[in-house]
Design a protein around this ligand. Structure first.
Ligand code: TXA
Ligand code: MG
Length: 324
């Protein structure tokens, strides 16, 4: 038996399988099996009302779990699948209510990763899978991260190496009249609007509504263990002047693709969003492991292509406190 076949067997028995996707590793369970799905919530320590994304092998499978597949949904799936776009649609009864946090919609996604697709084909069913980390912690981008964080709580880990994208999918609600981004991700608003025209973005101006719609938008999320603070590039000199012994700095490199420095306390991140995302979570984990002293993080520019990264960094940090 291959590892993929083994993993599919575990899912069929109601077990939990961690598997790679192009974004981050998922913690998978049969989305039709309430007990299996409950275990996912227990292992993660996730509130029962926070819905899981259901992974599918393609559009034909997706339509089986969607009570409505609108023209816009069809066009988006055609254009962006397989890929990091989760489409929130009205669900059918086959997906257990536990998987969707009791809600009437389900977020469906066809991942762009050969092992994930092989697993979905072998299992031949819908796989509910949140990121394979404990609730409110950093998402895993290697099998080693999953092993370190969840260990024996997972029945099987499919190892596909490091994830290419490195941050989670864009979550787009297409269940209403106007599509709404509930969580920014690798696929940007500009890319989506180029295909279907104007859409909305769930604003932080109505946090209560945002939190209800997509709990991944709660202020504290994706956080490292060490205290982490954010600052804008305009504050960089001030921060450099006031940095204390043992504190680590995560700066944006001036040069494209510049490697991470080996300096004791200054680490450079790439100055393009693709490479930055690919490295972010692994870098935060590494810094976390080395010390529990504060990490001071320079925010990427306030530009459309950095929206998802600014979102994750904002949720992982508190504003840097200036002195004097
Ligand atoms: O890239 C990803 O999306 C990864 C990989 C494994 O696919 N998964 C992931 O899942 O990040 P998770 O559970 O960590 O985040 C899912 C986000 C949460 O913010 C959740 O609230 C939102 O998607 N979500 C899922 N289903 C939803 C629904 N029916 N309505 C509204 N929000 C939903
Ligand atoms: Mg997550």
């Amino acid at each position: 038996m291959t590892n993929v076949e083994r993993a599919a067997e575990v899912l069929k028995r109601g077990g939990l399988v961690a598997f790679p996707t192009e974004t981050v590793y998922g913690l998978g369970a049969d989305a039709r099996n309430a007990n299996a799905v409950r275990r996912v919530f227990a292992v993660k320590g996730r509130p029962a009302n926070n819905p899981l994304i259901v992974h599918v092998a393609g559009v034909v499978v997706a339509k089986r779990y969607a009570a409505r597949w609108s023209d816009v949904t069809r066009v988006l799936a055609q254009h962006f699948w397989p890929g990091p776009l989760t489409l929130v649609v009205p669900k059918t009864g086959e997906i257990v209510d536990e998987a969707t946090g009791g809600g009437a919609t389900v977020g469906l996604r066809m991942p762009d990763h050969p092992l994930a697709l092989a697993l979905l084909a072998a299992f031949d069913g819908p796989v509910a899978a949140p990121s394979a980390n404990r609730s409110n912690r950093i998402s895993p981008t290697t099998a080693e991260h999953v092993r370190a964080e969840l260990g024996d709580a997972v029945d099987f880990i499919l190892d596909g190496g490091a994830c290419a994208v490195g941050i989670e999918s864009t979550v787009l609600d297409v269940s209403g009249d106007i599509p709404r981004i509930l969580r920014p991700g690798h696929i940007t608003r500009v890319q989506i609007e180029a295909v279907i025209g104007p859409i909305e973005v769930a604003g932080d101006s109505s946090p209560a509504r945002g939190a209800l719609l997509s709990p991944g938008r709660l202020p504290v999320h994706y956080a490292p263990v060490a205290p982490a603070y954010r600052f804008e590039t305009s504050e960089r000199d001030q921060v450099l002047n006031q940095v204390k012994a043992g504190e680590r700095l995560l700066l944006i490199s001036d040069a494209d693709g510049m490697p991470m420095g080996d300096d004791a306390h200054i680490h450079f991140m790439p100055n393009n969003p693709t490479d930055y995302a690919h490295r972010l979570y692994a870098t935060l984990r590494e810094l976390d492991q080395r010390s529990s002293l504060p990490i001071l993080i320079e925010m990427p520019p306030n530009q459309p292509q950095w929206v998802a990264l600014r979102d994750r960094l904002t949720r992982a940090t508190r504003p840097w406190r200036r002195e004097g």
